[in-house]
Design a protein. Structure first.
Length: 151
């Protein structure tokens, strides 16, 4: 199957499967890719007891990891190898053990090789936990998931 005949959604689905299969960090944190489309991705993660800091709340680095993974899937959804060039995150509420966090990433801007993506992290009660903004850089002519990996 040639990638050039895929719709944008089929390309995003192809990237979702291929990237997730190789993404050990995302897998090890128990994240799931629950939705993906052109320029967007949604991932979930349940806060486990081993993810808590000394204040019995989810460690900020793990919330950042969830948002960063959603960002990565969103900015690679067109199957052009894209990496982070920077990010910022604001924590607005704590997450606790047992919370199911959902990170929803959306492309805000794409111009040439650079992009900006916004990610909201919410808990199962739809309460805002964090706001993340990622800046991306696309590599010229390199796929995120080579077509040869198609199963």
């Amino acid at each position: 199957m040639s990638e050039s005949v895929l719709t944008p959604q089929q390309t995003a689905d192809f990237v979702r499967t291929g990237m997730f299969a190789r993404d050990r960090a995302t897998q090890s944190l128990g994240m799931q890719v629950t939705a993906m489309g052109p320029g967007q991705a949604t991932l979930t993660m349940t806060v486990r007891p081993d993810m808590l800091n000394g204040h019995a709340t989810c460690h900020g680095g793990l919330i950042t990891s969830l948002a960063d993974s959603a960002f990565a899937f969103a900015c690679n959804s067109g199957n052009q190898l894209t990496v982070a060039s920077g990010l910022s995150i604001d924590f607005v509420a704590p997450a606790r053990a047992g919370d199911v966090l959902t990170a929803s990433a959306q492309e805000a801007s794409q111009a040439g090789r650079t992009g900006v993506y916004d990610v909201q992290v919410r808990n199962q009660r739809n309460e805002l936990i964090a706001l993340f903004r990622g800046r991306s850089y696309r590599m010229q002519g390199k796929p995120a998931v080579p077509v040869a990996e198609a199963g």
